[in-house]
Design a protein. Structure first.
Length: 309
């Protein structure tokens, strides 16, 4: 019996391109990308500016490959070294992609949204993605909103969605596909992100800090992976040894993060480890501690050192 050999699609039969997901902080960009690719690779929380890095997620179908790029929310209020680096990441991304998804919240379009809209290049198709439709009680109130938004720019398409519930995402994908250039796939079919496990581990810990601490801790915390090793156990299972440091500005913040008898830090580590094991499909041994490194977010050298450039 001869084995069937599958050949990659030819350009002309297939489409492939980069799709940026942009918007002000906290409109659901990371949730949208995670739902589109079917895996959690971009962290989410109710705290604004959770995403700090440009993160790529890949969705592959029989007819197209979408390389989604989740960008930090464009920051207009604070201008420290960290936020300036993130804003540069957004503007650089916009110059390199084929399609832009401009995400806003249903019924809301304020000055921060307008600032982001002004940044979008005129020579790229822009799809207006109206998120959180499920949170609007009176759907008839959206008709005048949709009408007013259509006057803001000549959008390539306007697609209302509910990212958290994965509603209308198939409509969004179908709308974007014809806008991608004809090309063979950039990545293998099972490829979902260009970020390595070390990076994803740090992001998962940072997400748990934001989710557990809320507004108790300032936005300027980061996570540094100090050790990441892989091995195989005697029974053939994969094992990751990960040592991570959460960096804060002051000793008082360190105490808050550790909590009484270390309970808060234990919970952060436990929940992050569970997410890692699910994504990596491997057993994870995780150690997490807290370090004080004051003013790192204002230090251009440290911002680069922690990978924000």
């Amino acid at each position: 019996m001869t084995e069937e050999i599958q050949t990659p699609p030819e350009a002309g039969d297939y489409r492939c391109g980069f799709v940026a997901i942009v918007g002000r902080p906290n409109v659901g960009k990371s949730t949208l990308m995670n739902q589109l690719i079917g895996q959690k690779i971009s962290i989410t929380s109710k705290k604004a500016q959770t995403t700090r890095h440009r993160i790529t997620g890949v969705l592959t179908s029989d007819t197209a490959q979408f390389v989604f790029v989740d960008t930090p929310g464009f920051q207009t209020k604070y201008r420290n070294a960290l936020n300036q680096a993130m804003n540069r990441s957004v503007t650089t991304t916009l110059a390199d992609v084929d399609v832009i998804l401009f995400v806003i919240e249903a019924g809301k379009f304020g000055a921060p949204d307008q600032e982001v809209l002004k940044l979008l290049p005129k020579n790229r198709p822009v799809v207006l993605v109206i998120n959180k439709m499920d949170e609007v009680a009176d759907k008839s109130s959206l008709l005048p909103f949709l009408s007013s938004m259509s006057q803001q720019r000549d959008f390539a398409a306007i697609v209302p969605i509910a990212a958290l519930k994965a509603q209308m995402l198939d409509v969004l994908v179908k709308a974007v596909e014809p806008m991608l250039p004809e090309s063979t796939p950039f990545y293998d079919e099972d490829h979902v992100t260009d970020r390595n496990e070390r990076f994803l581990a740090a992001e998962m810990i940072r997400e748990k800090v934001f989710r557990l601490m809320g507004d108790e801790l300032p936005y300027a915390i980061t996570v540094e992976i100090e050790k990441f090793t892989e091995e195989e156990t005697k029974d053939g299972r994969e094992l990751r040894h990960i040592h991570a440091a959460i960096l804060v500005d002051r000793d008082s913040q360190k105490s808050m993060l550790i909590g009484r008898n270390g309970e808060k830090l234990k919970r952060i580590a436990s929940e992050a480890r569970q997410d890692m094991e699910k994504l990596f499909e491997a057993k994870v041994f995780l150690e997490v501690w807290v370090k004080v490194k004051g003013g790192w977010a204002d230090d251009t050298r440290l911002v680069r050192q922690f990978g924000y450039e």
